[in-house]
Design a protein around this ligand. Structure first.
Ligand SMILES: [Zn+2]
Length: 412
């Protein structure tokens, strides 16, 4: 394997030449350089991103992705600046990787080596897989890890980090030269690879075949935080953060804490109690609103019951988001002196245009009016036996509906 990804030093710019450039069948522009500092996706680590600059005229091209094909790293360039027209085989270029992205990947990836190794030596839990995400990463373990064990591994990780233990790299011409311990620990090399292998050693702790990029010593990890254990679907995942991601997470959490201090009008020690108090108050308020709305519905129904000669129709529109139970209570209590067509709407929230519609009356009227009212209010509903219900979205058209109902009864 002739990857040059072992050149994972702090060198950020590197000169090389174009070995091949082509537009692939899928339309992507693929470039191979004589040598590269760009890491292709592999071993659980995402690819590098960055730029290449043509030295002859300083034109810059974006490297969007890098993939491995056999021993070659294929660089996918963005269409910007028309690479097919402006680059050719033999051109000298300067490669520059997005160092923040690379260093972040080095931190997460090297942290994974350390965490995996310690779970194995301390508790005999093996890592079945791992994932480096944009926000957080995890390892999948084959053992039922306990919270105390997780704390212990986190403490050990940070102890080793404080000792700045060296991380070194060795190349072996043949896998068997690397020793049984290393090759046995490996989950196997990709089938399309041959040639020398790379072994990453964390001095006195771990040796592992790996093509990824790593820190030079554990001090560059800064800190490791094991965040949580996720169990489900037959998997046990340990989520972790390393280095700058820990600082970023702490900053986010602290900013959220400051916002909550203002919103809750109290310091972090009181946040839980203050939120519980708010939840209780809100629950009690909801119960009170329910009780009062039922009482109001009953009063309105009673007023109607007391009318000696009521109209043949009755409109009741609530634009305050009162609960739907309001309509049921009203209709249960309403016993007018002559048959009435009820037209009730309740908005979803204060002055919301959407809400619910309930019609009740003699089946002939409800059948004649239901569909048309739902149409004007832009809703869909159904009904039978003199009752029609619908969800509507244009409560601002209520006046139009009322006119329609009035006309219907005038012409009846
Ligand atoms: Zn590695």
């Amino acid at each position: 394997m002739v990857f040059q990804c072992q050149r994972n030093s702090f060198q950020k710019e590197y000169t090389s030449t174009i070995e091949s450039i082509q537009k692939a069948e899928n339309g992507l522009i693929e470039v191979i350089f004589a040598d590269t500092v760009f890491f292709p996706e592999g071993g659980g680590q995402p690819n590098d991103e960055g730029t290449v600059t043509k030295l002859a005229d300083q034109q810059e091209f974006q490297v969007k992705n890098v993939i491995r094909r056999g021993p070659k790293a294929i660089h996918i360039l963005s269409d910007d600046n028309d690479p097919m027209a402006n680059l050719k085989v033999g051109d000298e270029i300067a490669q520059k990787i997005n160092w923040n992205r690379r260093f972040d990947h080095m931190q997460q990836h090297s942290a994974q080596h350390l965490i995996t190794s310690l779970f194995e030596t301390e508790y005999n839990y093996n890592t079945k897989a791992w994932w480096l995400g944009t926000e957080s990463s995890y390892i999948e373990l084959d053992g039922d890890i306990k919270p105390q064990e997780m704390l212990n591994i986190e403490r050990l990780c940070n102890d080793y980090i404080s000792q700045a233990i060296p991380v070194s790299l060795e190349i072996f011409e043949k896998p068997e030269d690397a020793g049984d311990e290393v090759t046995r620990a490996s989950r196997g090399l990709p089938v399309d690879l041959s040639g020398p292998i790379r072994v990453i050693k964390i001095e006195g702790i771990d040796s592992n075949m790996c093509c990824g990029t790593h820190v030079k010593n554990l001090a560059q990890l800064q800190v490791i935080k094991l965040m949580s254990i996720e169990k489900g679907k037959g998997k046990i995942l340990v989520h972790f953060l390393a280095g700058n991601r820990v600082i970023r997470k702490l900053d986010e959490a602290y900013q959220r804490e400051l916002d909550l201090n203002v919103l809750l009008n109290g310091g972090p020690d009181y946040h839980k109690d203050l939120i519980k108090k708010l939840q209780t108050t809100s629950k009690n308020s909801q119960k009170t609103i329910q009780k009062l709305s039922r009482e109001l519905a009953a009063i309105l129904a009673q007023q109607l019951n007391d009318q000696p000669n009521p109209n043949p129709y009755y409109f009741l529109h609530r634009s305050d988001g009162v609960e739907v139970d309001f309509a049921n209570t009203f209709l249960r209590t309403a016993k007018p002196k002559s048959p009435i067509f009820f037209f009730i709407t309740i908005s979803d929230g204060i002055d919301s245009k959407s809400g619910s519609l309930v019609l009740q009356g003699c089946p002939e009227d409800v059948d004649a009016l239901g569909g048309e009212i739902a149409k004007i209010l832009d809703g869909k509903g159904n009904g039978k036996n003199g009752r029609y219900q619908a969800k509507v979205t244009k409560l601002n058209k209520l006046k139009e509906c009322e006119e329609f109902v009035k006309k219907y009864f005038e012409n009846k």
